[in-house]
Design a protein around this ligand. Structure first.
Ligand code: AAO
Length: 483
């Protein structure tokens, strides 16, 4: 389950948070396919609770596994998956399988199913009270999780009072597996497993063992779904990501926290020369890495205060470093505009309908969507990662402070200046001689560079100068953008 199911030559996914299925289908065809993205992480596709003012987090309170949400219905989901797969862009579903709605209260969900959080009744599945952990399994005073140093409490009690499904019960695992196999049959390529820390690894192993192989019409025969589990492990709790690594990849929150420190100049960039497992992070093949996610960009969840799109300069620097470096399987966040003082604010909408994504003349998004993945530095570095994949990091250079550079085999080279003075260096790139387009300052259209050009000599050396006041104090060149 640890192998990303990307089409060949594609290596990065983007979380199109709260997008509608019809907009994702268009984005696959007009942007993600042509720009070499591996896939899209979509918001939970299953029926969710209706919460007044429609906060984004209502989608993390399942009511049933019917495929009807504000993002669209099952037909629209199928259409999106087919259209994206057709242009080699995969779909990864956010699987919220640890719990149902918050306990207490009752109502209907986005598919019209009734639910009752007092009697723990979810007829849309169906789940009833005995399908949830009770006082037999959870020994905390109020059935909620309070102590993250108590591994049993974290698994058997309620996360923020969400009704905690009893995954030790085969019936519960069968219902969840049925939901995930329905998505696999439709053509999804894998799953983000929400709140994985709150489920026993053994129960997850048993559950994943019930999953079918991917749709052979799309992926060929015998291909397992790609699974990455949300486990917030910053190294200070008894529950560790390593417990989950054997059953799929895990989200690495240390990654974004540490890069946040470096690219805010709170830690020297020269220390990144041994970035990766040496920084007390899991093996590169076992993690999904990212700068920020939908939780911590708004102060939910873990991983400290990461760099987000609200600080574009360090955000582009950190993302460029992430995509240029060989460590981990990379994920970009794509947000909607929200007021940082209102972390509950849901997606841009009119009435109860989520806004369409509109595309401006300059290829940015309108109608309330941030679309970080459409910033030139982001999508050009997604292409950089594709070109250099498999090449070792080499020719590391730094000035002992906040200026760094490194190459990837003979395919790509990057130079970054976070220092308080300009960078002016002749460096060994390892690249073949020629004229390269700097893909940070512009694009390569197949014959010319719209941004700066870099000359690499026969000896592999090139001269780089980067002012320290530039909005984008970095240069990236690769053999896919060479005149
Ligand atoms: C909403 C309301 C609640 C209400 C509930 C039920 O906000 O007041 O009780 O409904 O009615 C999202 C929202 C929640 C929302 C929920 C359901 O974030 O606010 O609750 O939907 O609508 C823990 C989990 C982690 C989880 C994270 C938010 O371990 O899995 O909390 N993330 C996922 C999703 C998230 C979603 C859910 C789970 C639920 O991504 O969007 O919630 O489906 C420590 C622990 C972490 C823990 C955090 C926060 O983190 O280690 O495991 O995450 O605390 O509780 C440093 C430390 C780090 C620490 C962090 C924060 O970074 O190193 O370890 O500080 O203390």
């Amino acid at each position: 389950y640890s192998n990303p199911t990307c089409a060949p030559g594609r290596n990065t996914i983007v979380h199109l948070f709260e997008w509608k299925w019809s907009d994702i289908a268009q984005e696959c065809e007009r942007f993600l396919g042509p720009n070499g993205f591996c896939g899209v992480q979509i918001s939970p596709p299953n029926e969710n609770r209706l919460v007044s003012n429609r906060p984004w987090w209502e989608r993390y309170q399942p009511v049933s596994y019917k495929l009807i949400t504000r993002s669209g219905n099952e037909d629209q989901l199928r259409d999106m998956v087919n259209r994206c797969n057709k242009v080699n862009v995969r779909i990864y579903a956010d699987a919220v399988i640890n719990h149902m709605t918050g306990v207490g209260g009752s109502g209907t969900g986005t598919a019209g199913s009734h639910w009752d959080g007092d009697s723990l009744s979810y007829p849309g599945v169906p789940f009833s009270a005995w399908d949830f952990n009770s006082g037999s399994e959870c020994h905390s005073s109020d059935m909620n999780i309070h102590d993250y140093n108590n591994a049993e409490e974290v698994r058997n009690c309620r996360l923020v009072s969400l009704a905690d499904l009893k995954l030790s019960k085969n019936y519960v695992r069968d219902e969840i597996a049925g939901y995930m196999n329905h998505l696999i049959n439709i053509g999804v390529a894998g799953f983000r497993v929400d709140a994985a820390k709150h489920m026993w690894p053994g129960d997850l192993r048993s559950l994943f063992g019930k999953l079918t192989n991917l749709n052979s019409g799309v992926f060929g025969s015998g291909v397992k779904p790609f699974i990455f589990q949300e486990v917030i492990d910053m190294g200070s709790e008894p529950i560790s990501a390593s417990e989950y690594i054997g059953i799929g990849r895990v989200t690495n929150f240390i990654f974004g926290a540490k890069l946040g420190q470096v690219f805010r100049n709170e830690n020297k960039a020269s220390y990144l020369h041994n970035w990766g497992e040496a920084w007390n992070m899991p093996n590169s093949n076992d993690v999904v890495v990212f700068i920020d996610n939908h939780d911590n960009q708004r102060g939910h969840g873990g991983g400290g205060g990461p760099i987000t799109h609200f600080e574009p300069r360090p955000y582009k620097l950190a993302t460029t470093f992430m995509l240029a470096h060989p460590y981990g399987f990379t994920r970009l966040m794509s947000s909607y505009n929200f007021d940082r003082s209102n972390t509950d604010q849901g997606p841009p909408h009119h009435g109860d309908t989520i806004n369409d994504v509109t595309i401006n003349g300059d290829q940015t998004c309108g109608n309330g969507w941030t679309c970080e993945h459409r910033w030139r530095q982001m999508y050009n570095m997604v292409a950089f990662r594709n070109v250099v994949m498999g090449q070792n990091l080499q020719h590391w250079w730094d000035n002992g402070n906040y200026q760094i550079a490194f190459g990837r085999g003979n395919k790509g080279f990057i130079v970054m200046n976070m220092d308080s003075h300009s960078l002016d260096q002749t460096l060994q790139t390892g690249l073949p001689a020629g004229t390269y387009c700097d893909v940070i300052s512009g694009n390569y259209d197949g014959s010319s560079c719209s941004g700066n050009e870099i000359q690499v000599g026969n000896d592999g050396n090139a001269h780089f100068s980067i002012g320290n006041t530039s909005d984008n104090p970095m240069i990236a060149i690769h053999v896919g953008a060479k005149k």
